[in-house]
Design a protein around this ligand. Structure first.
Ligand code: PMP
Length: 438
């Protein structure tokens, strides 16, 4: 019997014993192509010598020193490099250990910022129904994923949820993509007016939606309108790039492609590429200084903030990403997209193929014409995950009710180090899985 807690750990769960580039190897010697980087984590694959050397080097010097007493060279250098590449006016960094922690820090920072400014009634958060922002209580309250929220509802802060920008299901036949984007963005304004702007502190969104819906990209102009509304009402824009950031969509930060910048940004996953657990919250100096010149310190903290070994690993990752690796993401992503369309574009159970860079989603439907999803009881996404896994491909499945619609999706987020031949390997193995399930 395994004493390890996660619910998926069963007697049949393979034991991961090795990593080789894009592959994970189990204790029986079976190799799996990591087509989703776990959950969009492993952007450098599993055996990067520079990252492991950076970790060893740091541990040889000092593995950990508490930020209550010390800073560390890797934390300082990592912050400098992040800020050198960060969009807009983001120029302060707060390191945490993962995505949920980054989101909690973002929410608390937003609240404290308004307290320091004397706008004490600003506490409400608006987010979107199709979203996942983490599993800790604040982040969970912000996300729109109903089945995750429901059991814990009495413990959570009240959050408003507006429509996502989900063109495949949301756009009406008589409107253009741009008109659709403006319509759903304007729901933010309606909700702010309903709540009273003086009560709202932040709007939270993932630029490209990950786990809840499978790489849903915004339509042109959507985020520009969102930014405009936030500015007009003095509301902070918090972007959650925990999954879609760190080069995943072809630019280091996903929001760059929508030509906007947030006031607060959350990143994780690809930041440490899985070699160490690390996340970060970036904010503007305007926010930072309101706190610095007010009460003097951000009323938050965890034991492992700015962990030196995690920062050393992340610095090695970021040097690779900014040293040319991210430039490969768009061309590889375009090829992956084209190959997926060729293989699955006409499949009777594929409703939509979407995404950006190496962040690709496939929405599975029972009927293409009517976009009718499968009954969730059939567990199509789980069956596909299992069949793909048996064929030696790791892909990230998702199902459930998203924005009122039951659905199944699979997400692909392969390592940036993959090569052209891996694209057909992904597609071939996915086709094997589709044949097994349908
Ligand atoms: N935000 C987004 C967009 C995510 O995809 C996730 C993780 N799937 C999180 C937050 C939470 O990150 P973590 O699991 O590292 O706490």
């Amino acid at each position: 019997m395994s004493h390890v807690f996660p619910r998926h750990t069963k007697a049949s769960t393979p034991v991961a014993v090795g990593g080789d580039g894009c592959y994970i190897i189990d204790s029986n010697g079976k190799k799996y192509f990591d087509g989703s980087g776990g959950a969009a984590v492993s952007c450098l694959g599993h055996s990067d010598p520079d990252v492991t050397a950076a970790i060893k080097g740091q541990v040889d010097h000092i593995a950990f020193a508490h930020t209550g007493f010390f800073t560390s060279e890797p934390a300082e250098q990592l912050a400098d490099l992040l800020i050198e590449h960060a969009p807009g006016k983001l120029d302060r960094v707060y390191f945490v250990s993962g995505g949920s922690e980054a989101m909690e820090a973002a929410l608390k920072l937003a609240r404290q910022y308004f307290l320091e400014k004397g706008e004490t009634s600003r506490h409400r958060v608006i987010a979107r129904r199709q979203s996942y922002h983490g599993n800790t209580l604040g982040a969970l309250a912000t996300g729109g994923n109903q089945w995750r929220r429901e059991p814990f509802a009495p413990l959570m802060i009240e959050t408003s949820h507006i429509s996502p920008c989900y063109e495949y299901r949301g756009r009406a036949d008589d409107e253009t993509a741009v008109e659709y984007g403006q319509r759903v963005a304007n729901e933010l304004e309606t909700e702010i007016q309903r709540l009273g702007a003086e009560n709202v502190m932040a709007f939270v969104a993932e630029p490209v939606v990950g786990a809840t819906a499978g790489a849903v990209t915004p339509v042109e102009g959507y985020f520009k309108r969102i930014r405009e509304i936030c500015d007009h009402y003095g509301i902070l824009l918090i972007l959650d790039e925990v999954m879609c950031g760190m080069g995943r969509t072809g630019s280091l930060f996903a929001c760059e492609q929508d030509d906007i910048a947030p006031d607060i940004l959350a990143i994780a996953k690809g930041l440490g590429a899985g070699y160490q657990p690390i996340g970060a919250m970036l904010c503007t100096s305007e926010i930072y200084e309101a706190i610095e010149n007010g009460s003097g310190f951000f009323q938050h903290g965890h034991t492992y903030i700015g962990h030196p070994t995690a920062c050393a690993a992340s610095l090695a990752v970021l040097k690779k990403l900014t040293g040319g690796l991210v430039d490969q993401v768009h061309p590889l992503g375009d090829k992956l997209d084209a190959t997926l369309r060729e293989a699955f574009g006409q499949h009777p159970h594929v409703g939509d193929i979407r995404g950006r860079g190496l962040f690709r989603g496939i929405e599975i439907v029972e009927d293409r014409e009517s976009k009718t999803p499968f009954d969730t009881k059939r567990g199509v996404n789980k069956a596909l995950k299992k069949a793909a896994f048996e064929a030696g491909l790791i892909c990230y499945p998702m199902g459930g009710t998203i924005d009122g619609v039951k659905g199944d999706h699979i997400l692909l987020a392969p390592p940036f180090i993959m090569e052209d031949q891996h694209i057909s390997e992904i597609t071939d193995k996915l086709q094997t899985a589709f044949k097994a399930v349908f």
